[in-house]
Design a protein around this ligand. Sequence first.
Ligand SMILES: NC(=O)c1ccc[n+]([C@@H]2O[C@H](COP(=O)([O-])OP(=O)(O)OC[C@H]3O[C@@H](n4cnc5c(N)ncnc54)[C@H](O)[C@@H]3O)[C@@H](O)[C@H]2O)c1
Length: 336
Amino acid sequence: MRVLVSGGAGYVGSFTVRSLLSAGHEVLVVDDLSTGRREAVSGVPLELGDIRDELRLESVFANFRPHAVMHFAGLKSSEESMTEIGRYMDVNVRGLTTVLECSRRHGVRLFVFSSSCSVYGTPGCVPVTEDVSAAPESPYGESKSMGEHLVQWYGRLANIRFANLRYFNAAGAAADGSHGAYVPASVREIFPMVIRACLGMVDGIRILGSDFPTSDGTAVRDYIHVEDLAKAHLRVLEGLDDSDVSGSYNVGCGTGVSVQEVVQTVRMVSGRRPPVSFGARRPGDPAGLWADTTRIKEAFGWEPVHDLAAIAETAWRWHRDNPSTLGPDSSSLSGR
Ligand SMILES: NC(=O)c1ccc[n+]([C@@H]2O[C@H](COP(=O)([O-])OP(=O)(O)OC[C@H]3O[C@@H](n4cnc5c(N)ncnc54)[C@H](O)[C@@H]3O)[C@@H](O)[C@H]2O)c1
């Protein structure tokens, strides 16, 4: 199948591109490299451009004639979106609309959208199922919820089979050490932040919130290995091609892991013990958020195979062996 991958030079996109290529699909990446890296997709055809540039995108679709589109391109920080509402809506909603319009005009049959567990906000119960109503608590989460609605409308009216994949927290690197995340210092993601401390790039680890109603008082989240996530995309694409199981799907491990457990696991695999301190919770941080993954298992037969130790071990090796993939930072951990 010919698959156009927007944002394919980013973290999740580039792992998915590898999965698609190894399954024999033909791939074209469209990316403006604002956060993505050319080297993440070296040897893969790349159109350097902004998804909001409709004229440009139109000619890319006309030339490549994709059967399917995977849409990863977007901005992804809930925190940043609180002060940059316009930019988040512009890239995540207008950008998606442009990609969907081109998809409709060029007869794309399958569409896979990178949504997020942030559409749930703070759900009343966990594990959260897809039937729980969206209640985003940031412009980022709102942009993903709006994106899902757009995808559904195009799906229905333009006869495109679709999947809105609600990722939980992607982490980890390739098991063979060949590929991993490039994490700018400004990005506050838990594994890179703990690893920075283990490498001595920052003084220690600061955990925000130690009084949540969880087993150890720290926030609980669902971490999914990026290679499992990439495989999920492949399964979903091929499953949608076989039958119309369009809908929204959680993609997580289905298990809750606390911030303390992440810290302990990275300390264990790295053999380093940076000091840990605690600060106050951030407003709006849910105590626990993890996925019920029954729906994606039933529809596509997909299940994750990597556990927390594998995530920590592969991420640690990648950043230790490629320290330039991390920058200096002194931020604190809260589970996001
Ligand atoms: N990483 C996660 O844990 C996670 C969780 C939930 C949802 N998501 C969503 O998955 C998608 C991919 O996430 P990621 O972690 O790979 O992020 P990423 O920042 O590594 O990748 C995003 C890619 O999109 C490209 N891009 C951004 N704006 C663009 C534009 N206007 N035109 C063209 N390309 C553009 C970037 O250069 C980058 O290559 C995002 O939409 C994100 O919101 C990610």
